[in-house]
Ligand binder design. Structure first.
Ligand code: AHR
Length: 852
C-alpha cells in the first residue's frame, strides 16, 4: 500500500509539470534469468533507492548478440559504469564456458554502439564481470570469476576496450545491490542520474510500446477493427509531378542453399551423397555411406580413401557383391522419374587387381522391380568415368538406383551421378527444369547467390569459398551446410553464372566480409571470439580470392581465372557488375577493418564493379545505424538491408524509404518477408508484401534492388518458413507470396508516376490498408496499375486515365485474392471497369493500360 501511495505521489509530481520535477533519481540496471537469460538489460528507477518502479514491462534496452540463437545470446550479470564524458559502459557475462565478456557503450542507455566480445581469458571461463575505472591511470579494470580449468578471480585493464593487459589474479568485490521490484528480489547496479535520463527511458518505453501495438496489428483481425465498414469509395488520378526513374534491377531473387534448395532441389542431380563425402560433420548421424544401402546381405560395402579420384573428394566406395547384387541409392527422399524421360548416368569406377568387368545400372521401384537398365563399357583397373543413358516409361517420385557389376567383380566406385536429360535450357550438370522455370516466370532482373548465412558460414572454417565450387565435379570440395546438411557444390559458381545468363538476370554474388556469420556457434578464435575475423596475415589471400572471382566472371579468356571459365565452356565474360560483401553482419571493429580492406581492393582493381555493403538484420538498431555510417564514410554504392517483420510493420511504415537521402548509397533490400505466427505464406502476408512493393516502387530511384527471402524449400526438409516456392520430388508449389512477386516482376516499369488517391472515408486505418503504384513501361508505353486492398470490404475507385490518353472502360486485369488466411490463392483474370474499379476485399489487382 505504501508503495502505491508513493508512486501516485511521484506520478503526480511528474504530471504537475517540469517545475516540480526532481533534479535527479536512481536507476537500477539488471538482467533476469527469465526466458533462459535471453531478455537482456532492463531498468527500474527510484527517487529514494527504496521504492522502485520498473521501466516498461521489463523493457529490454540492450540485447546480447553473442553466438547462436537459442543456445546463446544470453546476458548474465550486467555491470554499468558512467564515464566523466557522460557515456555509459556496460559489461556482461555470456556463458559458463568461454573466456570472453561482452562490452557495449551508449550515450543515453537507449541507442547502443556495436557490441564486442573480447576474448581476454582463453585459459578458462569468465563469469560475472565487474567494471571499474581508475581516474589516475585512465584505465578501466574488468574483474571476473572463473570456475573452469582455472579457479579464481582474475582481472584485466584497458583504456579503450580493444587492447587488454594480461589477466592477473585479483580480488573480486561484488558491487551488485539487491532491489525489490514488484515483490521480486533482483541483483543489479544502482546509479544516480539526472531526472532527464529517467524521462528519456520512460519516453523510449512509451514509444516502443506504441510501435509494438501498431506493428502487431494483423489484417486477419481487421474484421473487428472495421466491423461497421461497408465499401470504401474514392478517386485515383495521375498527378502532374515529374515521373521518377525506377531502377532496372528493381526485382530479383535471393538464392540460398537453405531448405535443400541446391542439392535435392534446383540442382538436378538425383543421387544423394554421390561422392561418399557425407560425414558426421554435416550431420551427427551421417557417414560416407548415408543414403546408400546393400541390395542383399552378402554385399560388402566399405569406404576407402587411398588413391582417390581426386584429392578434394577423398572417399570412395569399395564394393564386393555377388552377381546380380550391388549398392542402392535412395536419392533425396527417393529418385523421381518421369515417363518418357532420359536419364544420364555417370560413374567413376575401377576394378580391383587386374580384373575387368561391366557396370550395370538399374532404376528400380521400392519392391526391387526393374524400371530401366543399362550397361557401361568395360571397366578397367584405372579410374575412369563410365556413362550410360536410361529411359523410363513410368512416373514415380521415389524410385531408387542400383549399381552392380555384371560378373560380381570387386570394384571401387565414386561420383555416382544421374541427371534428367531435360534440365533448364538443357544444360549438362544443370537445373531442375520445373523449379528453374518457376523462377524464370518471376522475370528476375538479378540473382543473389549463395546466401544468406551460407555465404559467410558458421565459423571461419565454414566460410563459402568460391574456388571450391568450380572445375570438374570430382575436384570440388563440398562442405557442411550450416543449415544442417551437406553442400556438394555441384551447383557452383559456373552453374550459377550460367543460370543467370539463361534467366537474362544479372549475377549478384555475395562474399563474406572476412568474418563469419554473427550467429556462429564456433568461438574462441584468438582475435576476438565471436564475432571473429580472418586473421590479418590471411587477409591478402582472401582478398585475392575475391578479385579472382571477378576475373573468373569478367576476365578475358587469357587471364588465369578467365581461362578456367573458358575451359568450363564459357569463353565470353559473364558481365558481372555487382558484388555483395558481407551478409547482415554485426558491424564491429573486426568487420569494419576487413570490409574496408576488401572494399578498397575491389574499388582499386575494378572501379566499375558496384560493391554492396550491409546494414545488419533489422530495419533499425545498432548494426543498421553503424552499417549506414560505414556506407556514408566509404561512399559504398549500395547497402543490403534485411528485415523479416510483421504485416503491421509494413502497414505502418509505408513512408520508410520516402525519407531516405537520395544523395547517399542506394538500397538493396536483399531479404524481406512478412511473418505471422505459424510462419505461413497467406493472403495476409502476401498482400502486406504487395503493399510494401508498391511503396518500394515509389522509391525505385533509391531502392535499386529487392528480393524476397528465402526463395526455395523442399517440403519435409525445411529449416525456414515461409519460403517463396516449395517443391517436392516431382511438383512445384508456389506460395501466395510467390504470385505477388511474379505479378510485380511480370509487370515492372521503368518510371514511377505520382498519383493521388482521394478516399471518401477519412479514417487513417482505412487509408493505410490501400496501396497503389502506377508505373510506366517506356518500351511498350503501357501504364501499369498495382492496387492493393487489405480491407475486408470492397474498394470502389474512379480511375479514368483517358485524358492522359490511356485505355478506359472495361479492361483486363490480374487479380490475386482470397480469404485472409488462404494459402492456395492464385491470380485469376478479371474484367474491370476503370470508371468503377472494384478492388475485391483482400486483393491485389494489376491492370495494364495501353496508350491510345
Ligand atoms: O533467409 C534466411 C536467412 O535469413 C539468411 O540466411 C540470413 O541472411 C537471414 O538471417
Amino acid at each position: 500500500m505504501r508503495g502505491i501511495i508513493f508512486l501516485l505521489l511521484v506520478l503526480l509530481t511528474i504530471q504537475m509539470g517540469h517545475a516540480s520535477e526532481p533534479d535527479s533519481a536512481y536507476i537500477f540496471a539488471y538482467s533476469t534469468t527469465k526466458n533462459d537469460n535471453h531478455n537482456g538489460l532492463h531498468f527500474a528507477w527510484s527517487l529514494d533507492k527504496k521504492q522502485w518502479q520498473g521501466i516498461g514491462q521489463e523493457r529490454t534496452y540492450l540485447w546480447s548478440d553473442y553466438g547462436r540463437w537459442g543456445s546463446q545470446k544470453k546476458m548474465f550479470d550486467p555491470d554499468l559504469y558512467r564515464s566523466s564524458d557522460g557515456d555509459w559502459h556496460c559489461v556482461w557475462g555470456l556463458n559458463d564456458n568461454d573466456g570472453v565478456f561482452a562490452y557495449a557503450s551508449s550515450g543515453d542507455l537507449i541507442s547502443w554502439k556495436s557490441q564486442s566480445y573480447p576474448l581476454v581469458y582463453p585459459e578458462g571461463n569468465l563469469k560475472s564481470p565487474l567494471l571499474s575505472y581508475d581516474h589516475k591511470s585512465g584505465e578501466y579494470t574488468i574483474v571476473w570469476q572463473s570456475d573452469k580449468n582455472t579457479v579464481g578471480n582474475y582481472g584485466v585493464k584497458t583504456k579503450d576496450f580493444k587492447t587488454f593487459s594480461t589477466p592477473q589474479k585479483t580480488a573480486y568485490f561484488d558491487k551488485k545491490e539487491t532491489v525489490t521490484l514488484e515483490g521480486e528480489s533482483l541483483r543489479g547496479t544502482i546509479h544516480k542520474v539526472e531526472w532527464a535520463q529517467i524521462e528519456k527511458l520512460l519516453n523510449a518505453d512509451k514509444l516502443e510500446e506504441l510501435k509494438q501495438k501498431l506493428y502487431s496489428e494483423r489484417p486477419a483481425e481487421d474484421t473487428i477493427l472495421f466491423a461497421g465498414l461497408k465499401s470504401v469509395e474514392g478517386t485515383l488520378s495521375l498527378s502532374e509531378d515529374k515521373p521518377r526513374k525506377i531502377s532496372d534491377l528493381f526485382m530479383g531473387v535471393f538464392f540460398e542453399d537453405i531448405n535443400y534448395a541446391a542439392d535435392g532441389g534446383l540442382y538436378a542431380e538425383l543421387i544423394q551423397n554421390r561422392g561418399f563425402e557425407y560425414s558426421s560433420t554435416d550431420r551427427k548421424e551421417w557417414n560416407s555411406l548415408s543414403y546408400w544401402k546393400k541390395s542383399a546381405n552378402e554385399v560388402q560395402l566399405n569406404i576407402d580413401s587411398i588413391s582417390p579420384v581426386h584429392e578434394n573428394n577423398k572417399h570412395y566406395l569399395t564394393m564386393m557383391a555377388p552377381k546380380g547384387q550391388g549398392v542402392i541409392n535412395e536419392g533425396f527422399d527417393g529418385v523421381p522419374i518421369l515417363a518418357g524421360e532420359y536419364y544420364d548416368v555417370g560413374i567413376y569406377a575401377r576394378t580391383k587387381d587386374q580384373n575387368t568387368d561391366y557396370l550395370i545400372v538399374q532404376i528400380i521401384d521400392s519392391t526391387g522391380q526393374v524400371i530401366s537398365e543399362g550397361k557401361t563399357r568395360q571397366v578397367s583397373n584405372k579410374w575412369g568415368q563410365y556413362e550410360i543413358t536410361l529411359q523410363t516409361n513410368v512416373t514415380m517420385s521415389n524410385a531408387q538406383v542400383l549399381v552392380m557389376t555384371e560378373n560380381g567383380t570387386a570394384v571401387d566406385l565414386d561420383m555416382i551421378s544421374m541427371f534428367p536429360r531435360n534440365t533448364f535450357h538443357n544444360r549438362k550438370n544443370g537445373m531442375r527444369a520445373d523449379i528453374a522455370q518457376t523462377i524464370a516466370d518471376m522475370k528476375p532482373k538479378f540473382v543473389r547467390f549463395p546466401g544468406g548465412c551460407v555465404a559467410h558460414g558458421d565459423g571461419l572454417e565454414n566460410i563459402y569459398h568460391w574456388k571450391n565450387t568450380i572445375g570438374p565435379l570430382e575436384s570440388r570440395k563440398g562442405q557442411r551446410n550450416l543449415w544442417g546438411y551437406h553442400q556438394s557444390y555441384g551447383l557452383g559458381y559456373y552453374e550459377y553464372f550460367q543460370f543467370c545468363e539463361d534467366l537474362g538476370a544479372a549475377p549478384v554474388p555475395v562474399v563474406a566480409a572476412g568474418v563469419p556469420c554473427q550467429n556462429s556457434g564456433h568461438h574462441g578464435h584468438p582475435i576476438g571470439g565471436q564475432q571473429c575475423g580472418i586473421a590479418m596475415e590471411d587477409m591478402d589471400a582472401y582478398i585475392q580470392d575475391i578479385l579472382d572471382l571477378i576475373e573468373y566472371a569478367n576476365g578475358d579468356k587469357h587471364t588465369t581465372w578467365g581461362r578456367k571459365r573458358a575451359e568450363a565452356g564459357h569463353p565470353e565474360p559473364f558481365d558481372l557488375k555487382y558484388i555483395g560483401v558481407g551478409n547482415e553482419d554485426l558491424i564491429t571493429d573486426i568487420f569494419v577493418e576487413r570490409f574496408t580492406m576488401i572494399y578498397k581492393a575491389i574499388k582499386q582493381k575494378y572501379p566499375n564493379i558496384n560493391v554492396i555493403g550491409t546494414s545488419g538484420p533489422f530495419y533499425e538498431g545498432t548494426d543498421y545505424v553503424e552499417g549506414w555510417k560505414l556506407a556514408d564514410s566509404l561512399e559504398i554504392p549500395l547497402i543490403d538491408e534485411h528485415y523479416y517483420t510483421s504485416p503491421g510493420w509494413f502497414i505502418h511504415n509505408q513512408d520508410f524509404y520516402d525519407k531516405y537521402d537520395r544523395t547517399k548509397s542506394k538500397v538493396y533490400l536483399g531479404e524481406y518477408a512478412a511473418h505471422i505466427s505459424g510462419r505461413a505464406s497467406t493472403i495476409e502476408t502476401a498482400l502486406a508484401e504487395a503493399l510494401h512493393l508498391c511503396n518500394l516502387e515509389r522509391n525505385g530511384d533509391v531502392v535499386a534492388m529487392t528480393s524476397y527471402a528465402p526463395l526455395l524449400a523442399k517440403q519435409g526438409n525445411t529449416q525456414w518458413n515461409p519460403d517463396l516456392i516449395y517443391f517436392d520430388n516431382i511438383s512445384v508449389k508456389p506460395t501466395v507470396g510467390y504470385y505477388v512477386q511474379q505479378l510485380f516482376g511480370q509487370n515492372s516499369g521503368d518510371e514511377y508516376l505520382f498519383s493521388s488517391l482521394e478516399l471518401v472515408n477519412s479514417d487513417i486505418a482505412v487509408k493505410r490498408r490501400i496501396a497503389r503504384s502506377v508505373v510506366r513501361d517506356t518500351k511498350t508505353g503501357d501504364l501499369i496499375l498495382k492496387l492493393v486492398n487489405l480491407l475486408p470490404v470492397e474498394v470502389r475507385l474512379k480511375a479514368d486515365f483517358s485524358p492522359q490518353q490511356y485505355q478506359g472502360g472495361v479492361v483486363e486485369a490480374k487479380v490475386l485474392t482470397g480469404n485472409i488466411q488462404d494459402r492456395q490463392a492464385m491470380p485469376k483474370t478479371a474484367r474491370l471497369n476503370m470508371g468503377n474499379l472494384i478492388l475485391e476485399p483482400y486483393s491485389l489487382s494489376i491492370i495494364r493500360l495501353k496508350a491510345k
